[in-house]
Design a protein. Structure first.
Length: 368
């Protein structure tokens, strides 16, 4: 019917059944709407391309804009934009990569990438590289070993250490350990006590104010029994005064404290009051090296209120890197006293060594 009405070149474009009307009730069947046209190049009716006409056929299927090949129009429109896009990419590259082969000698460029691979922050890596670059001659810049030695020296200068606790026979010294929960304060206390009593032959006593966790008291009491040390359990400032008095004839008193959340201002102030009653000679903040740089810096800032004098860094054996050490020490402006690298008592503790820690920061030494 379509070709009868429109001619032999007519083609059906679309058919659809339309909604039944009231006429269907009088014997009419379903109504079909037909869309048709003539003079169209329908793909099914096109001549299959041959080697002679394939190119012509492909061009006929490409969209056009005002009679021009769309691809040609698109390429022309990009010509004016391509240089500006390239300029933007180059600028972004310069902004995001502060040190590259284009502005650094080969030795410094490799040092920069080594620092980044060791997880040193980009800002600190740039600072170290620029500092070295400003201090050496052009001839020295070509010596990679010299450049690495300069970087190492800069990092080492950032890592201030106190050396071990200074305890002398006949001169009582009270040292307290504070910090958040789970950083290893009790185990560190046991390591220090064992070393000073068994190796230094000093008279050592223990005080714990960690009465919030029964297990913590029992853990420290177990260590005290094994090493044969006197131990006092304290819950209030008044009890602290009495405990210190009972241990006054010893050479070294080590105090274990309850883990405090750095966000709990009330508990921090309670700890400050107890430490004031103890009249501690030194207060070491214990931090875990597996914590993030941000967490360690915030913790140090909160515990500064209790009068911390140095930092003990624990769990070096569990850390994937030590790149956070320099920013931490810069932020809290405190030296390191000890580092721990395992759970064994009394072995897995040693006084902080700036050279060794520098190698750990640079990733040039495996964790013990």
């Amino acid at each position: 019917m379509v070709r009868a009405d429109l001619g032999p070149d007519a083609a059906v474009l679309q058919t659809r059944e339309i909604k039944r009307s009231w006429l269907s009730w009088f014997g009419k069947g379903p109504q079909i709407e037909v869309s048709a046209a003539r003079g169209l190049a329908i793909p099914s009716q096109l001549q299959h391309p041959t080697p002679e006409n394939s190119d012509t056929t492909q061009r006929s299927l490409i969209p056009t804009v005002d009679g021009q090949d769309f691809r040609t129009v698109f390429r022309e429109s990009l010509k004016g934009q391509t240089p500006s896009l390239q300029t933007v990419v180059e600028q972004l590259s310069r902004d995001s990569v502060p040190a590259s082969r284009h502005d650094l000698p080969e030795s410094l460029f490799h040092l920069f990438t080594d620092l980044i691979e060791a997880e040193v922050s980009e800002d600190l890596a740039r600072e170290l590289i620029e500092h070295v670059r400003s201090e050496v001659s052009n001839g020295e810049l070509g010596d990679p070993l010299l450049m690495k030695a300069r970087i190492s020296r800069l990092i080492e200068q950032e890592i201030q250490v106190t050396g071990p606790i200074q305890a002398t026979a006949g001169q009582r010294r009270l040292v307290a350990l504070v910090g958040p929960t789970g950083v290893g304060k009790t185990t560190t206390i046991a390591k220090l006590a064992a070393n000073f009593h068994l190796r230094e032959r000093l008279r050592v006593g223990l005080i714990t104010v960690d009465t919030y966790r029964i297990a913590a008291v029992e853990q420290l009491r177990t260590y005290a029994d094994i090493i044969d040390l006197p131990m006092e359990v304290v819950a209030t400032p008044k009890e602290m005064r009495a405990a210190v008095q009972r241990l006054s004839d010893l050479d070294l008193i080590l105090m274990d404290t309850a883990g405090r959340s750095p966000h709990d201002e009330v508990k921090i102030q309670e700890l400050k009051s107890i430490l004031a009653e103890a009249n501690a000679d030194a207060i070491h903040l214990v931090l875990s090296s597996v914590s993030s740089e941000s967490a360690m810096r915030k913790t140090a800032a909160k515990f500064a209120a209790v009068g911390i004098t140095s930092v003990i860094l624990t769990k070096l054996d569990e850390a994937t890197g030590m790149a956070a050490l320099v920013p931490l020490l810069r932020s809290c402006k405190l030296p390191l006293s000890y580092v721990t690298n395992g759970q064994n008592v009394p072995d897995d503790i040693e006084p902080a060594d700036s050279q060794k820690l520098t190698r750990l920061v640079l990733g040039s030494e495996a964790h013990a």
